[in-house]
Write a protein that binds this ligand. Sequence first.
Ligand code: GLY
Ligand code: MN
Ligand code: MN
Length: 465
Amino acid sequence: MLFDRQTYIKRRQTLREKIGNGLIIFIGNNNSPCNYPANGYTFRQDSSFLYFFGQHREGLAGVIEADTGKEWLLGDDIDIEDIIWTGFVPSVSELASESGVQNSAPMSELKKLVDKYHSKGKPVHFLPPYRYDTMIQIADLLDMHPLLTRKNASVRLIRAVVDMRSVKSPAEIEEIERAMAIGYKMHTAAMKACKPGVTEKYIGGLIDGIAASYGCKTSFNSIVTMHGEIFHGDPSLKPLEDGRLLLCDAGAETVGNYCSDNTRTMPVNGRFSPRQRDIYSIVEACHDLVIEKARPGVKWLDMHLDVCRLMTDRLKELDLMKGDTEEAVQAGAHAMFLQHGLGHMMGMDVHDMENLGQVFVGFDDEVRPSEQFGTNCLRCGRRIQPGWILTDEPGIYFIPALIDKWKSEGMHREFLNYDKIEEYRDFGGIRIEDDILITEKGCRVLGEQTIPYHPDDVEAFMAGE
Ligand code: GLY
Ligand code: MN
Ligand code: MN
């Protein structure tokens, strides 16, 4: 386990107090087959299960009786046939005792425990499942259609888990710092390897291998692409071209499952062209504005909109936008260039707790999600708090399909200079992403070493200076 048993005992006790009554169940993840059952995807435990029970084995479930505090860890012990293939695995009762859980039982007992509550109409709290096998498990336990399990999840449990997981403890921050240190090695290796003729895949493989060589996995599929305007651009076998930019968005996830998430955009030939530097310096200024302004109590939605205003002002200087900045941002015209949100929470999941529903994680009664194109991708809008970790990831993207669509519709013509934008249609995209911890008075950029991002620093680093 990543932390000592007391940490998990205390977390479950806090949760129980928040929930008050009913049965709380956490279904851990099962192995997930890739192309046949014995050939699986890399196992990844469910983050909330891990947060409260700390165990990485597949096929477990954790149960807490909120009223009494009685707890169970459920799962099936392996037999000799399994041992032949997998070697020794601790018994479920040993795992339970390691996690400070008094009772253990085979998985078949779960239905009986749930029935005691369900048959009497007492609440059974579960989180919204995101894997279909878990949906089926919950559906079987509670006699509902598997596809209804997300909708029927316990809002009380979601809110309690979000409350607890949003604020990172010093020990969690330390683990995230370990992920940041590997992320630094990944990103600086990408910068060193970036040269005309090298393929995107090579760089992708190189950085994924660095994560693996430190016992980590990547916190999501690494994005390594000359088409930075494609948000989730998988690395291709294309050789890097002189004169283009390479966007690398990647992070490490430690063995204990805490993440890093950084993006750097670099000139393939090691030198930004004046046009690339112009756009880059806007993204840099937006990124730095967040570091200057983020502090407890600030609405993250306002931070996003401040970034959009600065971006609009600076794009007006380049003749790409025009008109009144405030009106342009209110109308959403800046979303021609920035189509995603400023940043998301990060922790055990790179998009922390996104499986619980962004409306619970990033919004509240005061700040509701926007429906406007662009701002509707903001995954967090509410007032930020000490102990939260958020990404600061502004970007500017020239998406040919979006340019064509908006131009043909005459969209935001009063704020967008389409003739000028056309000159950039093959530009690609730039994003700079760092992870910040909200402190009592402001914020701290995570990572002991800064992955170079000021344009002169990027060039000097790539030149080996
Ligand atoms: N690539 C995931 C993110 O940066 O949000
Ligand atoms: Mn990222
Ligand atoms: Mn991110």
